[in-house]
Write a protein that binds this ligand. Structure first.
Ligand SMILES: [Zn+2]
Length: 252
């Protein structure tokens, strides 16, 4: 059966018989792996559509157990990601994040649209690509069903307004936490609680509510960015089992 899909190339690797396996995030079918014998070095229109970051249309043959790519056509290559090391590293972390959090065959059209927005924005940012990635990840959490609790204490339900600012955020419990519950959790010994000098809840809500495009021009203060990175890194590691923010320290 031939199916048509619009997708983003997450990764490619060599397999046997001079073929390659391309991992795609498609709008229609979610993540899927497809084999192809289209030559990487050829300058054909199909070959260009197999490079990481590329947004393209694919004609896929769907066999009983696997897909293979018959032909493809580029919609956007986002070539300017490769012109800047900061953009490139951040976009590579974005691809790795997507590959890990997506399930094969589960369509996520909202996250697909957000991913295209991310690629468009990361292609034009100057120094603040990291902030864009933090915003993308926070936005993705709700779609992936792991959004932290931000409206009340995650453990006792105490209203947000009754908790003194700057509020604490518990990675171990999964959201904002009141001082009483933080004490209890700390006694347990394995708590992972942050008390930043700024209001983490406002920052998280800001990431969630503003369109990604707005983050092309927003840069967090360096010391704040470090804490935000650490919280998101620990949170995604705990709830999604991904650690893409651990590999570089974000100081470059
Ligand atoms: Zn509480």
């Amino acid at each position: 059966m031939i199916v048509n899909a619009e997708g983003i190339v997450l990764r490619q690797r060599k397999i046997a018989n001079n073929r390659r396996m391309i991992v795609l995030f498609t709008r229609q079918y979610g993540k899927l792996s497809a084999g192809t014998s289209i030559n990487e070095r050829s300058r054909s229109k199909s070959a260009l559509a197999l490079r990481p970051f590329t947004h393209a249309e694919y004609d896929l043959f769907k066999g009983r157990e696997s897909y293979s790519i018959n032909s493809a056509g580029v919609l956007d290559s986002y070539y300017s990601i490769g012109e800047d090391i900061n953009r490139y590293m951040t976009a590579a972390a974005f691809l790795e994040y997507l590959e890990k959090v997506l399930d094969e065959g589960a369509a996520m059209p909202g996250l697909f649209k957000l991913s295209l927005d991310f690629l468009g924005s990361v292609s034009v940012v100057k120094s603040n690509a990291d902030t864009l990635l933090y915003a993308f990840i926070v936005k993705s959490l709700r779609m992936l069903g792991v959004m932290p609790e931000m409206g009340c204490c995650v453990n006792c339900g105490k209203d947000l307004e009754e908790i003194q600012v700057p509020r604490m955020f518990s990675v171990s419990s999964g959201g904002v936490i009141c001082p009483d519950c933080a004490d209890i959790e700390n006694q347990g010994g394995s708590a992972l609680i942050y008390k930043p000098g700024f209001d983490i809840i406002n920052v998280m809500r800001f990431f969630e509510s503003k369109p990604l495009k707005a983050f092309e021009k927003i840069e967090l203060k360096k010391e704040d960015a470090k804490v935000v990175r650490e919280i998101i890194a620990n949170y995604t590691e705990r709830y999604l089992d991904v650690d893409v923010l651990r590999k570089s320290d974000g100081e470059g």
